[in-house]
Design a protein around this ligand. Structure first.
Ligand SMILES: Cc1cc2nc3c(=O)[nH]c(=O)nc-3n(C[C@H](O)[C@H](O)[C@H](O)COP(=O)(O)OP(=O)(O)OC[C@H]3O[C@@H](n4cnc5c(N)ncnc54)[C@H](O)[C@@H]3O)c2cc1C
Length: 387
């Protein structure tokens, strides 16, 4: 622990793997620090996480990768910039950020199956969905790629969020202060030459975005659906039982798009429990194991899950017999999945990327519900209270 203990602002140090993983997953690339003959180098490179392993890849000619394959000590750092914090004084000005540091020694991956999985993970890390479409590496290409694996055993994260923390004696100065929120957004895709005209831009390209916790200054774009946004902000900020607030939020989301059924769930250490819902009837399962169903899949992948035909998806836990399609959107607080928005329809293929974008914005807006008391264990009784 001593090597990874955050010393300056220790209260900003985070050692929970879920939070560290969220940063590693959102950052497209990292920096690798290592020493060769007493000379430190810090080199940018792509990484991909699979459970407890970070994979790196590149040319066997890369000095960096060759050195790392020799088992030298390595420091991997991934950083996300969330905002510029402008305090009234220069001294108190800062940045909002999330960063992760992993220490260890890498090993060369020789097993062909692991190598293929690692390269697929790299592709999926950079462009989720791409490995389904792009040609996989052939034997020669596989040989020409060096893959390294680093166990995530010793790791820390550090995070700053929120407004400037000015000195009390500066608060009355007539100077603007606040946060310029920053986020990474995709521009218009540019189609390469010789792509046949009848090949459309795939959804995973057109809708490209990094997996992102919906808090800490990294809000989803365009959060402004007027009444809905206000209703969700009010429901999230209101005091009282979280279950009651979840019922209000579910009702507001359902009314906005005339969805058939909307539920808001809480993600706990071992299980998922319903917090509140709005629709023609209660959910069949008010609590189920954390890994179960489409909800479990959204938690495990930390991504929105859209299923056009639930009957054909083995992960689906039957809720209402008339449900044909479903979308489940994770809600994050401080980088961890803490809740879910679940919307169900009687129509097959009812949900599009527009629903996904809307519901991800809703998830960002209701995230503060969990900020103060993350995954509290006091929720069991609130479902009853909420009804
Ligand atoms: C965002 C990003 C992602 C990348 N992802 C990968 C990846 O997944 N796999 C991979 O193999 N390479 C990746 N690269 C390239 C990587 O940074 C190295 O350039 C590459 O590994 C070549 O290493 P080398 O062993 O030839 O360089 P070295 O021999 O280690 O470097 C020799 C010298 O070249 C200079 N140098 C090397 N790389 C850079 C650089 N990026 N910027 C400035 N100066 C440099 C430095 O002065 C260094 O001391 C990435 C680069 C960027 C910016």
């Amino acid at each position: 622990m001593t090597r990874i203990a955050v010393r300056r602002h220790p209260e900003r140090g985070i050692y929970e793997r879920e939070e560290i993983d969220a940063i590693l997953d959102e950052a497209v690339f990292c920096h690798i620090g290592f020493v060769v003959d007493g000379q430190p180098f810090v080199i940018p490179t792509i990484h991909a996480r699979v459970d407890d392993t970070l994979y790196l890849h590149g040319s066997p000619a890369s000095r960096m990768l060759r050195e790392l394959a020799g088992g030298v000590d390595v420091c991997v750092t991934a950083t996300l910039l969330d905002g510029v914090v402008l305090a009234r004084s220069v001294y108190k000005s800062s940045l909002n950020y999330r960063s992760a540091v992993v220490l260890g020694r890498a090993r060369k991956v020789d097993d062909e199956e692991e190598k293929r999985l690692a390269l697929e993970a790299v592709v999926e890390h950079v462009a989720p969905g791409r490995s389904q479409e792009a040609r996989a590496p052939n034997v020669e290409e596989l040989k020409a790629t060096l893959v390294l694996a680093l166990q995530i055993d010793e790791a820390s994260a550090k995070m700053r969020s929120g407004p400037p923390k000015d000195f009390e004696h500066d608060l009355d100065l007539r100077i603007w202060a606040g946060v310029i929120n920053l986020r990474q957004v995709a521009g218009e895709p540019e189609t390469a030459e010789r792509v046949p005209e009848d090949i459309a831009v795939p959804a995973y390209v057109g809708d490209y975005r990094r997996p992102s916790p919906n808090g800490a200054g990294s809000r989803a774009p365009g959060v402004n659906e007027g009444e809905l946004s206000r209703a969700l902000v009010e429901a999230s900020a209101a005091g009282g039982e979280r279950g009651v607030r979840a019922v209000h939020a579910a009702a507001a989301i359902r009314a906005f798009r005339d969805y058939r059924w909307v539920g808001i769930y809480e993600v706990r250490r071992d299980e998922i429990t319903v917090l509140g819902w709005d629709g023609p009837g209660p959910p069949a399962h008010t609590r189920f194991p954390r890994a179960a169903g489409l909800c479990g899949a959204a938690v495990a992948t930390r991504r929105t899950v859209i299923v056009g035909d639930v009957g054909a998806d083995p992960r689906y836990l039957t809720t209402q017999t008339t449900t044909r399609s479903e979308i489940v959107v994770p809600v994050f607080a401080a980088g961890a999945p803490v809740g879910l928005i679940d919307v169900e329809s009687e129509q097959p293929n009812a949900f599009t990327s527009a629903d996904q974008q809307l519901l991800e914005r809703c998830a960002a807006l209701i995230s503060p519900m969990w900020r103060s008391e993350r995954t509290a264990d006091d929720v069991d009784d609130t479902v009853e209270a909420a009804r």
